[in-house]
Design a protein around this ligand. Sequence first.
Ligand code: FES
Length: 122
Amino acid sequence: MWGFPVATQVLEVSPDGNAICRLEDIPDGGAIAVDIDSSTGGFSLILLRQGDRIFAYHNECPHAGRRLDWAPGKFLVKDGAVICAAHGATFDVASGAALAGPCRNGLAPMPLLVRDGLVVMP
Ligand code: FES
């Protein structure tokens, strides 16, 4: 299945850390985009989910620096891989490694934790 239902989220700060979203906000087997505000202008992440595990990367393809989504928060995810909408580079969801397409480098990871059903920045 291509193009899982997705949503674009905005960083929310909780009393016990930087909670980005709830685990249940990410469709199992799919992905969402999260926009992180910062003093330098912010950035976008892709959060992918496989059951209780999540994988987060900068939403920027190493090939030509384009966002991975084909529309804001809408990603091509299939069989454990995410495909860049610009030119088709394919990356392993679990590692971010480049699998196919015009890109040799993998995705830039962002370490996140799942704690009490929340996805948080450690
Ligand atoms: S920008 Fe992603 S494959 Fe070209």
